[in-house]
Design a protein around this ligand. Structure first.
Ligand SMILES: [Zn+2]
Length: 699
C-alpha cells in the first residue's frame, strides 16, 4: 500500500478503527457490494500489521446520511476516541467521504494531526503531521465537495427538465396509479376509487375535514405503501384527520401535475444541531404546475373551492367559522363605527347580543353599539328568505339529489367491500382446488386460508345488510320538493340546526354591518351579498328589558277617566270593547290595568258604600289601631260586609260608634286610666324591684 512505511509500531500498538457508512437504508439493502468492501477493511488493517483483536469496526452509522455529524453517534464515538489518543489509525473506503461535511472532516483531520493518528483509505496512508499529506487530504475533501455539488446540480437540472414535461415520476397518492405506459390513471380498483371520491363528496356535504372523519367512522380508507417490504401493496385503515387534509390538499386529485410543492430547508435547533425541515410552498411558487395532466377526482375549480373552504375553517389564522350558537350572523357581522368584528355574547338560553369586539380590546369608538341578536337575525333572515324565492325549485332538486347521493354512497362502499371479499374467496378456492391432494401440508394451509376468506365474505355480507338496514327510508322526490318549496317553514323547522341556517346564509350573504344610526330607537343594517350588491335596512331596536312599553294615550285617558269609579275587571271589559291594546301590543288584563293605575297614580274606586266605613277609617275615628277593630270583627262584636273586591265594610251608625267607644273605655288594655282604678291582683315580684349591683371585686 502506498505510504505503508508511515505506519510505526506506536501506531500498531493502538487500536485500528474501521468506520463504515452508507447514506440510506436502501443503499444498505441494495448496494451490498459496497458494504462488503467496507467490512473487508478490517482484513486490510490486519494485513498492515494490526493484531486482529486491536481492529474494531464502527458500523452504527449504516443508513444515516453523512451531511452532518449531529445524528451519527458512530462518527461522534470515533472523534472522541481519536481525541483520547487511543487510536492508531482510522480506516475508511475513501477517507474524504468519512464525513460529507467539510467541517466534520477538517475537525477529524485536525484531531488526527494532534494525536498522531493515521487515516488510511484505498489510496494509501495519510500522516496528518506531514504537510504534504495534510494538503492532499484537504484537496481531496474540497474536490469531493465540488463533485457532490456538480453531480447534484446535473441531477436536479435533469429532474426539473423531466418535471417540466410532466414526465418525472413521483409517488402517486392512493386512488391514482401508473398504467403500463407510464401514464397516470385512476385506480382500477372500484372500491379505492369510491373511497377517494367519497372523501370529496363528504367534504362538500359536511364542510370540514373533521366532518369527513365522522362520515367515515366505521369505514376504512386505503393507503398505498411505498418502499419497504409492503411496497405497492394496499393497506386499509381508519381515516384520520391528517389523511383527510392530505387528500383534500393534493392537487394530483384535481388532475394536475405539480413539482416543487414542498421545499426542504436547513435549520439549527436549540442544541446547535443542523436539522432539515420540510415546508409547504405557496402555489404561486410551485416550479411546475400542469393542469389537466391526468384524469382526476375533482376539477381544478373544485380543488380551489376546497382549498378556500379549508382556509375559512382555519381559526388560527383568524377565520370565523360557523359555530353551534343560535346567533345567525356570527362570524360575518362587523361594526360600522370602528370596522372591527362583532361577537355574539350569550346571556343564558337563546338570549344574546352582538357586541363590538373592540370593547374587549378597549378600542371602542363613540359610535360602537351592540344589538340583540334576535332583532337583527330576524330582519336578515327575512331579507334572505325573500331573496331565495326564485331559487326554491333548484334548491328542492339539489336537496333531493344530495340525499339520494348520500344513500347511494353509504350502500356502495359496503357493496364494493362485499365484491372484494367474494373475489378473495373465489381465488382461495381456486388455489385450494389446484393443489395436488397428496401435498397435504400445502393443501391444509390453503384450506385454512379459504375458510378464512369465506368467513370474511360472510362478514362483508352482514355489513352490507346492516348498512342497508341502517339507512333511514328515503323520502320521495315529490314530498322533498314540497318541503323545499316552503322555504320559510324549512328555515324555522326545529330539525334545522343553527349551523345549517348559518351555512345557507353564508352561501348568499358575504357580511352584515351594523351601521351608525343617529336615532337611538332604530338600527341600520348593511347587507353585502356575494353577488356584489349591497342592501340597507332600518329596523326598530328592541327596548331594553325592564323598561315597559308606554301605554298608548287613548287607553291611558280612558283608564284615567273611568278608573276612580270603575273596578279593574270592568275596565278590562271596557278596554277590550273599544279594541285598545297595551304598549306591547297585547290585550289589557287586570295586571296591565293595575300597572297603568300605579304609573299614572289613578285611585281605585272606594269599595265602601254609603253609611259604611273601612276598618282603617273606623280605627282612625276611634283613635285605636286597626288590629283592635279586626279583633272585634273576629270575635263577632262588630258586624261587617264583604265588598266586591273582598274588602271588609263596616255599617257605621252612631250606635255602633258609641258601642265601640264604650268597649275602649272599659278595656284596661286600651285605656290606661281604666287600668289604674283597679287593684293589682298579684304583688310585685321581688325580682322586678330595682337592685343595686354588688361589688364584683377582682375579676
Ligand atoms: Zn365598534
Amino acid at each position: 500500500m502506498n505510504g505503508e512505511h508511515k505506519i510505526t509500531s506506536g501506531h500498531r500498538a493502538r487500536t485500528a478503527l474501521v468506520y463504515l457508512r452508507q447514506s440510506t437504508l436502501v443503499q444498505v439493502r441494495e448496494h451490498t457490494e459496497s458494504t462488503m468492501r467496507q467490512y473487508a477493511l478490517a482484513d486490510v488493517a490486519v494485513s498492515l500489521g494490526w493484531a486482529p483483536r486491536d481492529v474494531e469496526v464502527i458500523d452504527r452509522d449504516l443508513g444515516l446520511s453523512g451531511t452532518s455529524a449531529a445524528h451519527r453517534q458512530g462518527f461522534r464515538d470515533l472523534m472522541s476516541r481519536v481525541c483520547l489518543g487511543e487510536v492508531g489509525a482510522v480506516l475508511g473506503l475513501e477517507v474524504s467521504r468519512l464525513a460529507r461535511s467539510n467541517a466534520d472532516l477538517a475537525r477529524l483531520a485536525e484531531m488526527a494531526r494532534l494525536t498522531g493518528t493515521l487515516l488510511i483509505d484505498s489510496d494509501g496512508v495519510y500522516d496528518l503531521s506531514d504537510f504534504n499529506d495534510w494538503l492532499v487530504l484537504g484537496l481531496k475533501s474540497t474536490m469531493s465537495q465540488a463533485e457532490l455539488h456538480i453531480m447534484a446540480g446535473r441531477l436536479q437540472a435533469a429532474k426539473l427538465a423531466a418535471a417540466e414535461r410532466g414526465e418525472l415520476r413521483a409517488p402517486l397518492p392512493v386512488g391514482l396509479v401508473y398504467d403500463d405506459g407510464g401514464m397516470v390513471v385512476t385506480d382500477p380498483d372500484a372500491e379505492v376509487r369510491a373511497a377517494v371520491a367519497d372523501v370529496f363528496a363528504c367534504f362538500a356535504a359536511a364542510g370540514s375535514a373533521y366532518g369527513v372523519v365522522a362520515a367515515f367512522a366505521g369505514r376504512k380508507f386505503p393507503q398505498r405503501a411505498y418502499g419497504g417490504a409492503w411496497a405497492g401493496q394496499l393497506r386499509w385503515g381508519p381515516l384520520t384527520h391528517h389523511r383527510v387534509l392530505q387528500v383534500l390538499k393534493n392537487p394530483a386529485y384535481a388532475g394536475a401535475y405539480v413539482h416543487g410543492r414542498h421545499v426542504t430547508r436547513k435549520a439549527i435547533d436549540a442544541a446547535g444541531n443542523v436539522r432539515t425541515v420540510t415546508a409547504e410552498v405557496p402555489r404561486a411558487q410551485w416550479k411546475v404546475l400542469i393542469k389537466d395532466h391526468h384524469p382526476g377526482y375533482v376539477t381544478w375549480e373544485e380543488y380551489l373551492a376546497v382549498e378556500a373552504r379549508l382556509a375559512a375553517n382555519w381559526t388560527a389564522s383568524g377565520a370565523r367559522t360557523v359555530r353551534e350558537g343560535s346567533a345567525l350572523c356570527q362570524g360575518i357581522i362587523y361594526c360600522g363605527s370602528c370596522g372591527g368584528p362583532m361577537v355574539a355574547n350569550y346571556q343564558g338560553g337563546d338570549r344574546a347580543n352582538y357586541e363590538c369586539h373592540s370593547r374587549r380590546d378597549g378600542k371602542k369608538a363613540p359610535g360602537c353599539r351592540g344589538i340583540a341578536t334576535a332583532a337583527l337575525d330576524g330582519a336578515v333572515a327575512r331579507v334572505l328568505l325573500d331573496a331565495l324565492t326564485p331559487e326554491q325549485v333548484a334548491l328542492a332538486l339539489a336537496a333531493a339529489d344530495e340525499v339520494t347521493g348520500q344513500h347511494q354512497r353509504a350502500g356502495r362502499a359496503a357493496e364494493l367491500a362485499l365484491e372484494r371479499a367474494r373475489y378473495d374467496a373465489d381465488r382461495a378456492e381456486r388455489a385450494f382446488s389446484q393443489v395436488e391432494p397428496e401435498n397435504r401440508l400445502v393443501a391444509r394451509t390453503l384450506e385454512a386460508r379459504w375458510e378464512a376468506k369465506l368467513a370474511a365474505l360472510a362478514e362483508a355480507e352482514q355489513a352490507l345488510e346492516s348498512a342497508r338496514a341502517a339507512l333511514p327510508p328515503l323520502p320521495d322526490r315529490a314530498s322533498l320538493a314540497a318541503i323545499a318549496a316552503d322555504l320559510p317553514a324549512l328555515w324555522h323547522a326545529p330539525t334545522t340546526t343553527p349551523r345549517d341556517r348559518k351555512r345557507l346564509l353564508r352561501t348568499l350573504i358575504a357580511d352584515v354591518t351594523l351601521l351608525p344610526e343617529p336615532d337611538r330607537a332604530k338600527a341600520r343594517i348593511g347587507i353585502r351579498w356575494h353577488a356584489g350588491t349591497a342592501d340597507q335596512l332600518i329596523i326598530d331596536r328592541p327596548r331594553p328589558s325592564g323598561i315597559p312599553a308606554v301605554t298608548p294615550s287613548p287607553a291611558a285617558d280612558l283608564i284615567r277617566r273611568l278608573g276612580p269609579t270603575a273596578g279593574n275587571d270592568d275596565l278590562v271589559a271596557i278596554l277590550a270593547r273599544h279594541g285598545h291594546l297595551t304598549g306591547a301590543g297585547r290585550p289589557f288584563d287586570v295586571k296591565a290595568v293595575q300597572w297603568v293605575r300605579r304609573v299614572y297614580g289613578i285611585p281605585v274606586p272606594s269599595p265602601v258604600a254609603a253609611g259604611e266605613v273601612s276598618v282603617k277609617d273606623a280605627a282612625r275615628q276611634l283613635g285605636c289601631s286597626p288590629g283592635v277593630v279586626y279583633y272585634w270583627i273576629e270575635t263577632g262584636q262588630l258586624e261587617t260586609r264583604r265588598s266586591s273586591g273582598n274588602r271588609l265594610c263596616i255599617p257605621w251608625t252612631p250606635d255602633t260608634e258609641a258601642e265601640c267607644r264604650a268597649r275602649i273605655a272599659a278595656s284596661g288594655h286600651l285605656n290606661p286610666a281604666a287600668r289604674r282604678t283597679r287593684p293589682r291582683k298579684t304583688p310585685r315580684c321581688p325580682a322586678e324591684q330595682p337592685q343595686m349591683s354588688a361589688p364584683t371585686g377582682n375579676i
